[in-house]
Design a protein around this ligand. Sequence first.
Ligand SMILES: [Zn+2]
Length: 263
Amino acid sequence: MRAAFVSLLGGVLAGLTPAGPVGGAAWPEEAWLWQALPEASGQRPVRLYLDAGHGSGDNTGNLSALCEPEERFTLSLATDVAETLRATGAFDVLVSRGDGRRPTYRERVDEATAWGAELFVSLHSDVRGRASEWSPEPGLSCPRSRHAPGFSVLTADEGDDALARARRRFALALGSTLRRTGFLPYDGKHYAGDYELVDRSPGVFRERSGRDGIFVLQAASMPSVVIETHHALDDREARRFREPETRRAFAGAVGRAALQALR
Ligand SMILES: [Zn+2]
């Protein structure tokens, strides 16, 4: 009870002060997530395209510490986030797949453009470092590593200046709202050759030039980001992301960042 009160107070303060407490110290073990959904402004809803990462051809993504394929996790999370954000009245959300549809990334980007999406968010979970085998339940053997928890937001400097700036603004806004919500930013130590920190903003990374880029960052005509929601091999984070409370808090962070980025 007391913990809940302190958590709520921390959340309120974080909402009022630009330099509010940086969350994450207690993640992933403690329940410390700020529940704050964006509010409809009376203007028309923002069109947000939500890509459930992977789920195309035989691209199923990683296998988590709970032996869940990434494509199943991202579809389930995208479905919940879409429902939460639509219910605020501030968003129209289109989810990239479901009901057996497994479009290519090119088809997703084209669909987002045709629909008039203002922002594009691709949901993923990350795999970092070396795993060892463990058993989350009898009869199941899965890979696990607790060494590199946390979220990362990925962006790129591709395209014309205005688009690259807008993409970066959205990524920085996401880093900020996710941290304030209580999610832990990944420190990036396994990213050395591929990504670098943006503006010293914990958890926000850009592709290094010369790297084979991430398609949705390169090809989308609207600001696009990839969110690695957590380390899939960390069983503590994988479990937290199954909780409705975590998903709702995450949706709130995405929604607040989207409105900030378009302001
Ligand atoms: Zn992925």
